[in-house]
Ligand binder design. Structure first.
Ligand SMILES: [Fe+2]
Length: 151
Protein backbone atom coordinates (compact mmCIF):
# COMPACT_ATOMS: atom_id res chain seq x y z
CA UNK A 1 0.00 0.00 0.00
CA UNK A 2 1.29 3.43 -0.91
CA UNK A 3 2.24 5.48 2.10
CA UNK A 4 3.52 8.62 0.45
CA UNK A 5 1.97 11.75 1.89
CA UNK A 6 0.48 12.92 -1.42
CA UNK A 7 -1.46 9.69 -1.91
CA UNK A 8 -2.73 9.80 1.68
CA UNK A 9 -3.84 13.43 1.53
CA UNK A 10 -5.55 12.93 -1.82
CA UNK A 11 -7.35 9.85 -0.48
CA UNK A 12 -8.72 11.90 2.42
CA UNK A 13 -9.98 14.55 0.02
CA UNK A 14 -11.92 11.91 -1.94
CA UNK A 15 -13.34 10.46 1.30
CA UNK A 16 -14.53 13.92 2.37
CA UNK A 17 -16.18 14.44 -1.02
CA UNK A 18 -17.97 11.10 -0.57
CA UNK A 19 -19.37 12.26 2.77
CA UNK A 20 -20.48 15.57 1.20
CA UNK A 21 -22.39 13.60 -1.44
CA UNK A 22 -24.18 11.63 1.28
CA UNK A 23 -25.14 14.83 3.07
CA UNK A 24 -26.27 16.61 -0.09
CA UNK A 25 -28.38 13.62 -1.15
CA UNK A 26 -29.70 13.20 2.41
CA UNK A 27 -28.60 9.57 2.44
CA UNK A 28 -28.34 7.64 5.69
CA UNK A 29 -27.95 9.06 9.20
CA UNK A 30 -27.10 12.73 8.70
CA UNK A 31 -25.86 13.33 12.23
CA UNK A 32 -23.55 10.31 12.10
CA UNK A 33 -22.20 11.50 8.74
CA UNK A 34 -21.57 15.00 10.12
CA UNK A 35 -19.72 13.51 13.10
CA UNK A 36 -17.61 11.37 10.75
CA UNK A 37 -16.92 14.37 8.48
CA UNK A 38 -15.95 16.54 11.44
CA UNK A 39 -13.48 13.95 12.78
CA UNK A 40 -11.97 13.26 9.37
CA UNK A 41 -11.50 16.92 8.42
CA UNK A 42 -10.11 17.97 11.80
CA UNK A 43 -7.67 15.04 11.94
CA UNK A 44 -6.66 15.69 8.32
CA UNK A 45 -6.09 19.42 8.92
CA UNK A 46 -4.10 18.95 12.13
CA UNK A 47 -1.90 16.29 10.55
CA UNK A 48 -1.24 18.56 7.56
CA UNK A 49 -0.47 21.54 9.78
CA UNK A 50 1.85 19.66 12.12
CA UNK A 51 3.58 17.26 9.77
CA UNK A 52 3.36 18.50 6.19
CA UNK A 53 3.07 22.30 6.12
CA UNK A 54 6.31 22.91 8.03
CA UNK A 55 8.05 21.49 4.93
CA UNK A 56 6.41 24.02 2.64
CA UNK A 57 5.16 27.59 2.64
CA UNK A 58 1.48 27.00 3.35
CA UNK A 59 0.32 30.06 5.21
CA UNK A 60 -2.73 30.38 3.01
CA UNK A 61 -3.82 26.83 3.76
CA UNK A 62 -3.70 27.51 7.50
CA UNK A 63 -6.22 30.33 7.03
CA UNK A 64 -8.44 27.95 5.07
CA UNK A 65 -8.27 25.36 7.81
CA UNK A 66 -9.50 27.90 10.34
CA UNK A 67 -12.47 28.79 8.19
CA UNK A 68 -13.25 25.10 7.67
CA UNK A 69 -13.15 24.43 11.42
CA UNK A 70 -15.58 27.25 12.17
CA UNK A 71 -18.00 25.96 9.53
CA UNK A 72 -17.65 22.38 10.82
CA UNK A 73 -18.57 23.50 14.33
CA UNK A 74 -21.59 25.34 12.97
CA UNK A 75 -22.63 22.23 11.02
CA UNK A 76 -22.33 20.06 14.16
CA UNK A 77 -24.69 22.43 15.97
CA UNK A 78 -27.21 22.71 13.12
CA UNK A 79 -30.25 20.44 12.87
CA UNK A 80 -30.22 18.26 9.72
CA UNK A 81 -33.10 19.15 7.43
CA UNK A 82 -33.12 22.83 8.38
CA UNK A 83 -32.18 25.80 6.18
CA UNK A 84 -29.30 26.64 8.51
CA UNK A 85 -27.90 23.14 8.05
CA UNK A 86 -28.15 23.30 4.25
CA UNK A 87 -26.64 26.78 4.09
CA UNK A 88 -23.76 25.85 6.39
CA UNK A 89 -23.14 22.65 4.40
CA UNK A 90 -23.01 24.67 1.16
CA UNK A 91 -20.47 27.08 2.62
CA UNK A 92 -18.38 24.23 4.01
CA UNK A 93 -18.38 22.41 0.67
CA UNK A 94 -17.22 25.59 -1.13
CA UNK A 95 -14.52 26.19 1.42
CA UNK A 96 -13.24 22.60 1.34
CA UNK A 97 -13.34 22.54 -2.47
CA UNK A 98 -11.12 25.63 -2.53
CA UNK A 99 -8.71 23.94 -0.13
CA UNK A 100 -8.66 20.75 -2.20
CA UNK A 101 -8.07 22.63 -5.47
CA UNK A 102 -5.31 24.71 -3.93
CA UNK A 103 -3.60 21.67 -2.46
CA UNK A 104 -3.97 19.31 -5.37
CA UNK A 105 -3.33 22.04 -7.95
CA UNK A 106 -0.38 23.78 -6.30
CA UNK A 107 0.75 22.74 -2.84
CA UNK A 108 1.16 19.00 -3.40
CA UNK A 109 2.72 19.21 -6.89
CA UNK A 110 5.24 21.73 -5.48
CA UNK A 111 5.97 19.43 -2.56
CA UNK A 112 6.49 16.51 -4.95
CA UNK A 113 9.00 18.61 -6.90
CA UNK A 114 10.88 19.95 -3.90
CA UNK A 115 11.50 16.87 -1.75
CA UNK A 116 12.77 13.33 -2.38
CA UNK A 117 10.58 10.23 -2.78
CA UNK A 118 11.97 9.01 0.53
CA UNK A 119 10.91 12.24 2.24
CA UNK A 120 7.39 11.86 0.78
CA UNK A 121 7.21 8.38 2.30
CA UNK A 122 8.50 9.63 5.67
CA UNK A 123 6.03 12.50 5.65
CA UNK A 124 3.30 10.00 4.79
CA UNK A 125 4.10 7.91 7.84
CA UNK A 126 4.18 10.99 10.07
CA UNK A 127 0.94 12.32 8.59
CA UNK A 128 -0.76 8.96 9.18
CA UNK A 129 0.43 8.74 12.78
CA UNK A 130 -0.61 12.30 13.66
CA UNK A 131 -3.98 11.80 11.95
CA UNK A 132 -4.63 8.58 13.93
CA UNK A 133 -3.76 10.31 17.22
CA UNK A 134 -6.17 13.11 16.45
CA UNK A 135 -8.95 10.66 15.49
CA UNK A 136 -8.44 8.78 18.78
CA UNK A 137 -8.58 12.01 20.77
CA UNK A 138 -11.74 13.10 18.98
CA UNK A 139 -13.53 9.80 19.55
CA UNK A 140 -12.55 9.83 23.24
CA UNK A 141 -13.93 13.35 23.45
CA UNK A 142 -17.15 12.28 21.73
CA UNK A 143 -17.56 9.40 24.21
CA UNK A 144 -17.07 11.65 27.24
CA UNK A 145 -19.61 14.22 26.04
CA UNK A 146 -21.86 11.38 24.87
CA UNK A 147 -24.75 11.66 22.45
CA UNK A 148 -27.86 12.51 24.61
CA UNK A 149 -26.52 15.92 25.61
CA UNK A 150 -25.31 16.81 22.13
CA UNK A 151 -28.28 18.97 21.36
FE1 LIG B 1 -5.89 18.66 2.62
Amino acid sequence: MATDVITLITKDHRAVEGLFERLKNKEGDQEATVTELHALLIAHSRAEEDRVYPDIDAHHSLEEHKEIEILLDALMRAEPGTKVFDRTLDKLIKSVNRHVQEEEGKVLPNLAKSVSKKRLEDLGREFKKRRAEELDALSAQARSTSAPTRR
